[in-house]
Design a protein around this ligand. Structure first.
Ligand code: CTP
Ligand code: CA
Length: 228
């Protein structure tokens, strides 16, 4: 019903999805990374394409096949992801930041491999803060553009989620509870989707595809009507 007779409720829309996890280079052989598999972002890209959207998938360090009919922009670091996402977002109806973006990067990149030495202890790695892409999207967004963030939280999951949603200026925030065994690299996911309008949608543990469909339902409901 909500998706219309042919299920292609995103036809004529351009959506941007980020997926995977950024890697912040330390030297030519090492990086600071995270455990994001990219599965949720890829599920979002696939389901949006199936619903008729033109999809740009900004993919950081994933080992997954390109979804059919989706434009994939591979990136490595958070800085590269920022550039690709902002470029793709320029004419997008919706942007979904499913990627795990590193908050910090090594303050300086060492062009040569760091060697251990016999007579000195290990040097600490100084870090600099990365730009917050989601917050920037919230600031520069075009009229009617829908912005969606993801948050993995522990402890006061909902309270943290509400505060983060407000801080980022997004329309929707998909909040996952994480622990040792939850979420990362698993095909299923349970989440609560918080809306800037105060809404709350609980998504039971299930396939990442099901969460993706719910996200697009909530996005579609917030897009301005199109055409005749
Ligand atoms: N995000 C982003 N750019 C960053 C960091 C995060 O765009 N530099 C996006 C993520 O893609 C995600 C959302 O922001 O959609 C929330 O990420 P999260 O790490 O939970 O938020 P942070 O603001 O970094 O807060 P925290 O201190 O909890 O890590
Ligand atoms: Ca973070």
């Amino acid at each position: 019903l909500a998706r219309g007779a042919d299920g292609r409720d995103l036809a004529g829309r351009h959506v941007v999805v980020s997926a995977g996890g950024t890697r912040e280079p330390i030297d030519p052989v090492r990086f600071i990374g995270n455990r994001s598999s990219g599965l949720q972002g890829y599920a979002l890209a696939r389901t949006a394409a199936a619903r008729g959207a033109r999809v740009t998938l900004v993919a950081a360090n994933v080992a997954l096949p390109d979804p059919a009919g989706v434009r994939v922009m591979p990136v490595g670091s958070a800085a590269e992801m920022r550039e690709a996402v902002l470029q793709a977002a320029a004419d997008a109806d919706a942007v979904v930041m499913a990627a795990a973006v590193a908050d910090f990067r090594p303050a300086e990149y060492r062009g040569s491999k760091i060697k251990k030495s016999e007579d000195a202890g290990p040097e600490p790695i100084r870090l600099s803060r990365n730009a917050d892409i989601l917050a920037e999207l919230g600031r520069v967004r075009g009229p009617g553009q829908v912005i969606v963030g993801f948050a993995a939280e522990t402890d006061d999951v909902l309270e943290n989620g509400r505060a983060k949603l407000a801080r980022k200026g997004s329309d929707l925030l998909v909040v996952n509870q994480v622990g040792e065994d939850l979420t990362f690299g698993r095909p299923d996911n349970a989440a609560v989707v918080l809306g800037a309008d105060g809404s709350r949608t609980d998504v039971p543990r299930g396939a990442k595809e099901a969460l993706a469909e719910t996200v697009w339902d909530l996005v579609a409901a917030r897009l301005e009507p199109r055409g005749a």
